[in-house]
Design a protein around this ligand. Structure first.
Ligand SMILES: [Zn+2]
Length: 470
């Protein structure tokens, strides 16, 4: 079978993929500043004969690498951004390599590299006449800030695909069948007049007062929005000193809800509250819309193919050392954290999974029909083209993403989980390319569930992606 051949082709790249993922882990770069990581991935694909378009969607680190001539096209999404402040050694205790520096706390070094491995395996299969069709690898920057795929989608780069696949590092192997929340990310920058806060407060106009009133208004709005909506904020500039009336203050909001329409309704209310806060304090306000995204539209037909691929693979070849280190890392997690991370699982499976430090048996999708209370820009792609995603076990059981433990869970066992993920991606893509009936069923499900007719969440006034984080 073609898919078995592509699995072997992934296996042949094990050393190369492991080194590449370590290379990215060793130089963690934040969203939209992932220059070296993007270069490494792009070069790996260019060297294999992929045609690369760089700097797409107005982002220097975004790219697409295509291979093949006609036929159906499967896209593979890769991410490679790191998180601020999470620098960490491969150790079972908190030990930054460089205090305050970034770290790969969401395993996006693995995420990006597994897709490259799958894309190359598919390309080799196309070259050898085992597969007809095309493959496209998308280098998607800045997932953590929900930017990359949204700006790429607005440019139409996903429009010609028949299906898209991705995965995420996780605690066990399972299709990822839940939806996620739609989101807007918006800053309100208030400006007033500075003055001596004791000697001449009457000539000051406090931008911080405006921020406080805006947040208070939102607290009163909160009771009157749907229960499953989420509104959270952070005061990113609140003035400098108590004896200076703050002339400038900025508050940053995330608005989330399962339906995109609800996010937009709440957004309009929030805009009114910010304008009103400016009126009350005789300050001015400017709104900066940073980004927005859709919730994920899952595709169960692709999920079933992924499950079958997982069942057909050999167990991940963990060693006793891998299991011992994973057990040490798991021991550093609180019971509450572990319970939270395994909350999707039914109680009988929960106990079985929790009795291991690394759990590698494929599990069914227990999260089908649910909505996860996070957001991802994968959602936007899933509204344009049928999309399948899955979790692969790269972390000890119970590890929470964005923690130092997730950064430390790297090296030997994480790379093995990543190679497994590359095999599932390649096997699933091979099946979609070679079986028109499955591809037709995938499309039918997508259309039945309202896929297609994508509208960007970005207002027209947003000309370009936000500045890179620093
Ligand atoms: Zn992530």
């Amino acid at each position: 079978m073609e898919s078995d051949a592509v699995v072997r082709r992934v296996e042949q790249q094990r050393g190369f993929l492991t080194d590449l993922s370590m290379d990215l882990w060793n130089r963690p770069e934040l969203g939209l500043a992932e220059h070296e990581s993007s270069d490494r991935l792009r070069e790996a694909l260019r060297a294999e004969g992929f045609e690369v378009d760089a700097a797409i969607g107005g982002m220097p680190t975004a790219f697409v690498a295509r291979y093949g001539d006609g036929g159906p096209t499967v896209g593979i999404l890769g991410e490679f951004d790191a998180l601020p402040g999470l620098s960490q050694e491969v150790a079972a205790e908190r030990k930054p390599i460089a205090e305050g520096e970034p770290g790969h706390g969401c395993g996006h070094n693995l995420l990006g590299v597994a897709g490259v491995g799958a894309a190359i395996a598919l390309k080799d299969a196309i070259d050898d006449g085992e597969l007809d069709g095309s493959v496209a690898y998308f280098g998607c920057p800045a997932e953590e800030t929900l930017v990359g795929k949204v700006f790429m989608a607005r440019e139409g780069v996903f429009d010609d695909l028949d299906a898209a696949l991705t995965w995420h590092p996780g605690r066990y192997n399972s299709p990822f069948m839940s939806s996620t929340l739609s989101l807007n990310s918006v800053r309100y920058e208030f400006s007033g007049e500075s003055a001596h806060a004791a000697a001449s407060p009457e000539s000051g106009r406090s931008a911080l007062d405006a921020v406080q009133l805006c947040n208070t208004g939102v607290e009163y709005m909160r009771e009157h929005v749907p229960d499953d909506a989420r509104v959270h904020y952070s005061i990113v500039d609140g003035g400098d000193a108590p004896n200076v009336v703050p002339a400038n203050a900025t508050v940053w909001y995330f608005v989330r809800a399962p339906e995109r329409e609800t996010v937009e309704d709440i957004q309009a209310w929030l805009d009114d509250i910010a304008d009103s806060a400016a009126t009350m304090t005789r300050t001015d306000v400017e709104r900066e819309f940073l980004t927005g995204c859709h919730g994920v539209l899952p595709n169960e037909t692709i999920g079933e193919v992924m499950s079958e691929r997982m069942e057909g693979l050999d167990a991940i070849p963990y060693t006793d050392d891998d299991r011992a280190f994973a057990a040490d890392l798991k021991a550093s997690l609180s019971r509450e954290t572990i319970d939270g991370q395994l909350a999707d699982l039914p109680s009988d499976v929960f106990e079985e999974v929790d009795s291991h430090a690394l759990y590698t048996e494929p599990l069914p999708a227990y999260d089908a029909g649910t909505t996860r209370s996070g957001s991802t820009d994968v959602g936007d792609v899933s509204r344009i083209v049928p999309l399948g995603q899955f979790w692969a076990a790269t972390w000890p059981v119970g590890t929470n993403a964005h923690s130092w433990q997730a950064v430390a869970a790297n090296g030997s066992f994480a790379a093995k989980g990543m190679v497994y993920a590359a095999k599932v991606l390649a096997g699933t893509a091979a099946e979609l390319l070679s079986d028109p009936e499955t591809l037709r069923a995938v499309r039918e499900e997508f259309e039945e569930n309202g896929g297609g007719g994508y509208e960007t969440p970005l207002p027209e006034s947003v000309a370009s992606p936000p500045e890179p984080s620093d």
